[in-house]
Design a protein around this ligand. Structure first.
Ligand code: THU
Length: 157
């Protein structure tokens, strides 16, 4: 028997250290939190996806009184991108969240399992890694790909 280890490289950065392109994407993700519909959790999440056609698509969590009928910001953005620009490839996704007090979270939040699975499909369709920027009020985590967030993913049958 042997043990294998899976390491995930995570860059820890400050907003000021980002390129102009990434800064803009983070700003759009933050702005998208203001379009969250979250009357039940009061947790506002925004996502912004940069596409290879130059467009940026945003999404925000949309809740429903029948809780499972709502969706997360990441899936709202990625399904919208797929529906609006079916030929475009994802380059980077930035995710931001504000807590129940309305403040940007102190520690970056990461997408839920369902969103990781959904995003992975778009990474596979792109045929290259899709960078993931997880943001908090004063810090950021940058991951090289969606697959790094979802080891042992189910990808085919
Ligand atoms: N949520 C997201 O939109 N993205 C995440 O990465 C985690 C959670 C939403 C779902 C729900 O509307 C609220 O945050 C509380 O879980």
């Amino acid at each position: 028997m042997k043990t294998i280890e899976i390491n995930i490289p995570v860059e820890v950065a400050k907003f000021e250290e980002l390129s102009d392109t990434d800064r803009h994407l983070v700003e759009l993700a933050r702005e998208a939190t203001y379009r969250s519909y979250s009357p039940y959790s009061h947790f506002r999440v925004g996502a912004a996806i940069a596409l290879d056609n130059g467009e940026i698509v945003t999404g925000a969590n949309q809740e429903n009184v029948a809780y499972p009928s709502g969706t997360c910001a990441e899936r709202s953005a990625c399904f919208y991108a797929g529906a609006r620009y079916p030929e475009a490839k994802f380059l980077t996704i930035a995710i931001a969240a504000r807590d129940t007090n309305g403040n940007f979270v102190a520690t970056p939040i990461a997408p839920c399992g369902a969103c990781r699975q959904a995003l992975l499909e778009y990474e596979m369709r792109a045929g290259h890694p899709v960078r993931v920027i997880l943001t908090a009020a004063d810090s950021l985590y940058i991951l090289p790909s969606v697959s790094s967030l979802l080891p042992f993913a189910f990808t085919e049958f």
